[in-house]
Design a binder for this molecule. Structure first.
Ligand code: GNR
Ligand code: NI
Length: 171
């Protein structure tokens, strides 16, 4: 296994549209393993292939408390959604920034797992948020895209400040 490099906003590569996976072969299985390792090390509750600069429709998620419920979604499609809910979101590609985002409260998603088997999953709460957040990555969308222009401007200033502080800390 290997830990993959995560790319950071405003990197244009995060805007790439991911392509469907044609066949869940050994290369895809290795990608999934590496993405799980990268997500657990980060640590994060989800990771989209887009974030490691692989533009295929592959997502890994684990929202469990003990990090023992890995979930892989390949070529995911939302087939039903219900309600709406606001929650605070963060993103490994936008470090240390948390903002409130409104999304569907419940989603039903159809996807393939890491063995290429199709499954349907009903999700609510954190899992529903995470699935929608990760599926956005696959179409080049980030949670910051939902913010008002004023909030986005403030966020950019904060990011610049964080970057400068990090540079200073590195000497
Ligand atoms: O680790 C993550 N936490 C998180 C918190 C609230 C809403 C969404 C997320 S996903 C994020 C990992 C990530 O960036 N996935 O793309
Ligand atoms: Ni993210």
């Amino acid at each position: 296994m290997a830990i993959l490099d995560i790319i950071y906003y405003p990197d244009k590569r995060l805007r790439t549209i991911a392509k469907p996976v044609k066949k869940v072969d050994d290369d895809i299985k290795k990608l999934v393993d590496d993405m799980f390792e990268t997500m657990y090390v980060a640590p994060g509750i989800g990771l989209a292939a887009t974030q490691v600069n692989v533009h295929k429709q592959v997502i890994v998620i684990d929202v469990s408390e003990h990090k023992d419920q890995p979930l892989c979604l390949i070529n995911p499609v939302i087939i039903a959604e219900e309600g709406s809910e606001s929650s605070d979101e963060g993103c490994l590609s936008v470090p240390e920034i948390y903002e409130t985002v409104q999304r569907a409260a419940k989603v039903t998603v159809k996807a393939m797992d890491q063995n290429g088997d199709e499954f349907t999953l009903q999700a609510d709460e954190m899992l529903a948020v995470c699935i929608q957040h990760e599926m956005d990555h696959l179409v080049g969308k980030l949670f910051v895209d939902y913010l008002s222009p004023l909030k986005l401007q403030r966020l950019k200033k904060r990011l610049l400040k964080n970057m400068r502080e990090e540079q200073r800390a590195l000497g």
